[in-house]
Design a protein around this ligand. Structure first.
Ligand code: GUN
Ligand code: ZN
Length: 432
């Protein structure tokens, strides 16, 4: 017997990028019906049109005052930084040395990693994030802990062990050990449940050429794994990379020389890019994880989304916790709107919502599985309360326009507006 459940509430989701397809790409049903069958979306539309066709025995859950959206997709976040978010320091390289590396050392301990993994997944779900692409620490135990916890919740999660043979004392692997551990993690976890593996060279400054070459070989040996790393985040980092890799045309080219620029590659930040490297990313089908709260926190710079668009590069959003200052993809979307304002090219809130949902799915090549309410997608979704705070209740009183509603939810909302989160049709978090 199929497990069929219906939800009656307002619904919003994207069928395409509104910047390309126009605002009709954003589908809004003020009184909608979401039909879920065996953990997948079976149908989605207006309540009045669809409800007469419901089988008499289909349970209908009515969620008055709630807006259902696809679960958020966070394309860049660091698991071992959960306990050092909001750590005051200087810019990127100082922050890494002073605050980040010491915090990551404790993830050698499996018991610590298990405890942090529970808290990390709880925090994602409290914020309505149902898929994330995640950096582990250099220790395989951190990745084992995270995957085990995500598998138990049937959560869609892509993660990998950080490769860093040029890492600091006590936090460095070797090219040989990282190759063996990555291969073994792929064998143990990739494609189990909804898990995926990402080969994870931390950034160009943390890896030897030998390690980057091994990363490229592993990526090409397994067509089902991803690549995640950092690219052109801070001016000091870019200068040091140019010094260390004199043979490369630019920072992207360092990765390209080792076969790391593919349509399964996600590069965080991409603030200080050459036009050539943006063209090359577009050609390869690689994606950018734009992490605006992190970029402001570390003073890294202002990512230019309009420029990435002009070069035809896919962009999505990442929180980049712990340099990012919030787990909330709503808050992250609002920060992306603020950064776009600084370039004089405003980001339409409908598109910011797209970037946090279907845009993230596309960056990960998972748009056939997640990111919208199109029939057949996995039923990862959230319920938002547009009156979750007194100020939101006043601001949105009587407002019917979905662009205005979403923008206020981004600017004024965060985890407080997420009342429930479902994973593959099952309730995984509830504050109702
Ligand atoms: N570059 C290399 N490692 C990191 C990290 O942990 N966070 C950020 N924001 N950038 C990095
Ligand atoms: Zn990062």
């Amino acid at each position: 017997m199929a497990d069929v459940r219906a939800y009656r509430a307002a619904l919003v989701h994207c069928l395409d990028d509104p910047a390309k397809a126009g605002e009709e790409a954003v589908v809004w049903h003020p009184d909608g019906l979401l039909l879920v069958e065996d953990g997948h979306v079976a149908d989605c539309g207006d309540w009045t049109a669809l409800s007469p066709h419901l089988a008499a025995d289909t349970p209908v859950e009515h969620l008055p005052g709630r807006i259902l959206t696809p679960g958020f997709v966070d394309t860049h976040i660091h698991f071992p930084q959960i306990d050092m978010i909001a750590a005051f320091s200087g810019q990127l390289l100082d922050w890494l040395e002073e605050k980040t590396f010491p915090a990551e050392r404790v993830f050698a301990d499996r018991a610590h990693a298990d405890d942090a993994a529970r808290a990390f997944l709880d925090e994602l779900l409290r914020n309505g994030t149902t898929t994330a692409m995640v950096f582990g620490s250099v220790h395989r135990a951190s990745v084992d802990a995270l995957f085990e916890a995500a598998l138990a919740r049937n959560m869609r999660l892509i993660a990998g062990k950080s490769l860093m043979d040029h890492g600091p004392e006590g936090l460095a692997d070797t090219a040989a050990s990282s190759r063996a551990e990555t291969e073994s993690l792929i064998a143990d976890w990739s494609r189990r449940g909804r898990l995926g593996y990402a080969v994870t060279p931390r950034f160009a400054l943390s890896s030897s050429r030998e390690q980057l070459a091994a990363a490229g070989e592993i990526l090409h040996a397994h067509g089902h794994v991803w690549l995640q790393t950092h690219l052109a985040e801070s001016p000091q980092e870019v200068a040091q990379v140019a010094e260390a890799f004199r043979e490369s045309k630019d920072y992207l080219d360092v990765y390209d020389q080792f076969g790391l620029v593919t349509d399964r590659s996600v590069f965080a930040h991409c603030i200080h890019m050459t036009p050539r490297s943006l063209d090359r990313m577009a050609e390869a089908g690689a994606a950018i994880a734009h992490c605006p709260t992190s970029n402001l926190f570390l003073g890294s710079g202002l990512f230019d989304l309009a420029e990435a668009d002009r070069h035809g590069v896919k962009t999505a959003l990442g929180t980049d916790v712990g340099a990012g200052t919030s787990f909330s993809m709503l808050t992250t979307a609002a920060a992306a709107c603020n950064v776009a304002q600084m370039h004089g090219s405003p980001l339409d809130p409908l598109r910011a919502f797209y970037l946090a949902t279907l845009g993230g799915a596309r960056a990960l090549g998972l748009e056939d599985r997640i990111g919208s309410f199109a029939a057949g997608r996995e039923a990862d979704f959230v319920a938002l309360d547009p009156a979750a705070t007194p100020l939101l209740a006043r601001r949105l009183y009587g407002v019917r326009d979905i662009r205005e509603i979403l923008f206020a939810l981004m600017v004024l909302g965060d985890d407080r507006v997420v009342t429930r989160t479902w994973l593959a049709g099952r309730s995984a978090h509830s504050r109702d």
